[in-house]
Write a protein that binds this ligand. Structure first.
Ligand SMILES: *[C@@H]1O[C@H](CO)[C@@H](O)[C@H](O)[C@H]1NC(C)=O
Ligand SMILES: *[C@@H]1O[C@H](CO)[C@@H](O)[C@H](O)[C@H]1NC(C)=O
Ligand SMILES: *[C@@H]1O[C@H](CO)[C@@H](O)[C@H](O)[C@H]1NC(C)=O
Ligand SMILES: *[C@@H]1O[C@H](CO)[C@@H](O)[C@H](O)[C@H]1NC(C)=O
Ligand SMILES: *[C@@H]1O[C@H](CO)[C@@H](O)[C@H](O)[C@H]1NC(C)=O
Length: 272
């Protein structure tokens, strides 16, 4: 009985001890500090993003940090979309370990998507669309098992689409249209079985070297069919023209021959 009582007291002491540390989480502070360094804010939209605000980003439920939403003392949403931000995405964003939504869409961000985002095990929404991000789509994102939304459209991403992403069984929105991706579209995303969402061509359009179902056949193939028809029609016409002019030349030549022979004849004529 005594032991249980001591345990209960210890547990409640521990609880009290952990509450203040929630209010100033060192991971979240590191996350914001590094992110604010990697981002450039030429339009001064993030004026309250100062170091002394990073120490306690979640000190009350309604944080005053722009784009930051907290839950239980931890950052759970970062929405910095359409703020004319430049710079890169810090790999230390992975320190915001309770993040569920990361929306940096419609800015001018450059550089790669950090594979370190794989540490964000609660991430459900990843929207990095309409930036100028480069490099490959990190296959490590497959570690974020709760991902519902991956929106990477309108960037400059290269390489192939990792087929492992098809393992994300909660995925309900996937958009990589208008990038510079290449290679085959993974069947794991478009030919999924059972209740898994199957993504259609809308998700993949606007990537010059991406091919396969559900995209329409490559444009160059369509063109070559047209070209063959064109060449066929053209050569038909050309041979018509050539044979016609051949006939004309033959007619002219034989006319001239005739005339010459006529001349010969007429030349001989006076002899008669
Ligand atoms: C932040 O993330 C880096 C790299 O993922 C890690 O090495 C570091 O320990 C983390 N820092 C904190 C305070 O969690
Ligand atoms: C983006 O922000 C600008 C103003 O800065 C605004 O005019 C525009 O409507 C916004 N676009 C979206 C999609 O929210
Ligand atoms: C991602 O953000 C853009 C706006 O910046 C929005 O138009 C788009 O719908 C978002 N994607 C998803 C899948 O919600
Ligand atoms: C996916 O299914 C479609 C139609 O059922 C089929 O035409 C296509 O070849 C399949 N693609 C792959 C990569 O298995
Ligand atoms: C693709 O799927 C979306 C919804 O998931 C739908 O709105 C759109 O019309 C579909 N597009 C095509 C070409 O089937």
């Amino acid at each position: 009985m005594m032991d249980v009582g001591i345990l209960l007291i210890l547990v409640s002491l521990l609880r009290i001890a952990t509450i203040p540390s929630c209010l100033s989480d060192p991971s979240d502070e590191s996350c914001l500090t590094h992110l604010s360094k990697s981002l450039q804010d030429p339009s001064k939209k993030l004026e309250d993003w100062t170091q002394n605000n990073f120490a306690t980003p979640c000190k009350d439920s309604t944080t005053n940090l722009k784009g930051v939403t907290c839950n239980n003392g931890r950052i759970f949403r970062l929405s910095l979309n359409n703020l004319s931000l430049k710079g890169t995405i810090s790999p230390f964003l992975s320190n915001c370990t309770n993040l569920q939504t990361l929306d940096l869409s419609s800015n001018s961000l450059t550089g790669p998507i950090p594979p370190d985002l794989q540490s964000l095990l609660n991430l459900a929404v990843l929207n990095l669309s309409s930036n100028q991000l480069e490099g490959e789509i990190p296959p490590q994102l497959t570690s974020c098992a709760y991902l519902n939304i991956i929106d990477l459209h309108n960037n400059q991403l290269t390489g192939t689409i990792p087929q492992q992403l098809g393992l994300l069984y909660r995925l309900s929105a996937f958009d990589v249209s208008n990038n510079r991706l290449s290679g085959p579209i993974p069947a794991s995303l478009v030919n999924r079985t059972g209740t898994l969402i199957r993504f259609n061509s809308t998700s993949f359009l606007g990537n010059k070297d991406l091919y396969g179902y559900p995209l329409p056949p490559l444009k160059s193939k369509g063109l070559s069919v047209l070209a063959i028809v064109g060449i066929g029609l053209g050569s038909g016409l050309a041979s018509l023209v050539i044979s016609f002019s051949g006939v004309c030349i033959w007619l002219k030549v034989s006319e001239r021959k005739m005339a010459l022979e006529d001349g010969k004849v007429s030349h001989h004529m006076p002899d008669y």
